[in-house]
Design a protein around this ligand. Structure first.
Ligand SMILES: Nc1nc2c(ncn2[C@@H]2O[C@H](COP(=O)(O)OP(=O)(O)OP(=O)(O)O)[C@@H](O)[C@H]2O)c(=O)[nH]1
Ligand SMILES: [Mg+2]
Length: 312
């Protein structure tokens, strides 16, 4: 598959904005996608938050493999990374997240109490595109205040939103300038965190099928009746045949097939899937660091760099 690289100019601008705004906030809600809890970490972004309390939100838990979400969450907790698993489009997300905020901001709240002041805490909501930042904000504010959409790059500027008891800053999704790990980059493509316009969707569908054959073959059978799992192409063509995605000459309409497969995956119609693997448990003697991935694995794309790559 073609090398994935996506760091359009608006993300450089967004990073600069966040660098400024982070000075004004008491903490950060870092939104991850529970289907790809490693790929959706952005070390560049996280380094901006050094010294601030961070609550990681493993969002879209409804689409992810429940056991794996629990394992990632426990691993993060063990590494001192406060986190909560939720479904921002569901009814209980706001309560789950709000319940963690007093603990997240306990130092600030204690300082304020000692001084006899009470300023509503300010939190920045940050993360990779399409992870559900704006949806989390709407859940917490109890209203549709931030624009949301099922593609990468919906939020383009900053927006403060007042909630009961705190204020939230919505921010545009940002990517690391480069991906060291192309497997993790592909996971971002499958979940819609990379602009589809810069991707070859046939490739995305084929690679996604390759991973599903490895990880969740039973789901492919249940959804598509795919019995021949000998190659991603066999499954791809089976789906085209079954859905009647054929061109005039009887050839497969791969374009429609790719769209259907990727769309089915993104909407959870193939089933609950987690793409990233929990890294092998870290050596207990190794110091845990804020910048290490859960379990000590190194995630791709933490290099600092310029405004390189596609401008889509
Ligand atoms: N199934 C499911 N969908 C969700 C969840 N949270 C958000 N979504 C959907 O994911 C899509 C992206 O949500 P947004 O809130 O726009 O994401 P964002 O992180 O603000 O995206 P950008 O502004 O583009 O960076 C929307 O279609 C949401 O409805 C969730 O927990 N489960
Ligand atoms: Mg948004």
């Amino acid at each position: 598959m073609k090398h994935i690289q996506w760091f359009p100019g608006h993300m450089t601008k967004a990073m600069r904005m966040m660098e400024e705004q982070v000075k004004l906030v008491d903490g950060v809600l870092f939104i991850l996608d529970a289907r790809a809890p490693l790929a959706t970490r952005n070390r560049n972004l996280e380094s901006l938050f050094a010294g601030k309390p961070v609550l990681y939100i493993l969002n879209k838990a409804d689409l992810a493999d429940e056991g794996k979400t629990a394992a990632f969450s426990a691993r993060m907790e063990g590494a001192g990374e406060m986190n909560v698993c939720c479904t921002a489009t569901g009814a209980s997300a706001a309560r789950q997240i709000a319940a963690r905020i007093p603990k997240l901001l306990h130092e600030k709240l204690a300082r304020d109490a000692a001084k006899g002041v009470s300023r509503p805490p300010r939190l920045m909501v940050a993360g990779i595109p399409n992870t559900g930042k704006s949806t989390v904000i709407n859940a917490l504010s109890g209203a549709k205040r931030a624009v949301t959409g099922d593609k990468a790059g919906v939020t383009r500027g900053k927006q403060w939103i007042r909630c009961a008891g705190f204020e939230l800053l919505d921010t545009p999704g940002t990517m690391p300038p480069a991906f060291d790990d192309q497997l993790l980059a592909r996971h971002l493509a499958y979940i819609g965190s990379i602009n589809d316009d810069i991707l070859d969707m046939d490739d995305v569908a084929l690679e996604l099928l390759r991973e599903l054959i490895d990880r969740y073959p039973a789901l492919l059978y249940a959804r598509y009746g795919a019995e021949d799992l000998s190659s991603p192409l066999a499954v791809y063509e089976h789906i085209c045949r079954r859905r009647g995605f054929l061109l005039r000459g009887g050839e497969f309409d791969y374009e429609r097939g790719a769209k259907a497969i990727v769309d089915d995956f993104r909407k959870g119609r193939i089933g609950r899937v987690t793409l990233d693997d929990l890294p092998a448990a870290a050596d207990k003697a190794a110091p845990s660091s804020q910048n290490a991935a859960p379990g000590g694995a190194v995630e791709g794309g933490s290099r600092a760099g310029g405004d390189a790559g596609a401008q889509a």
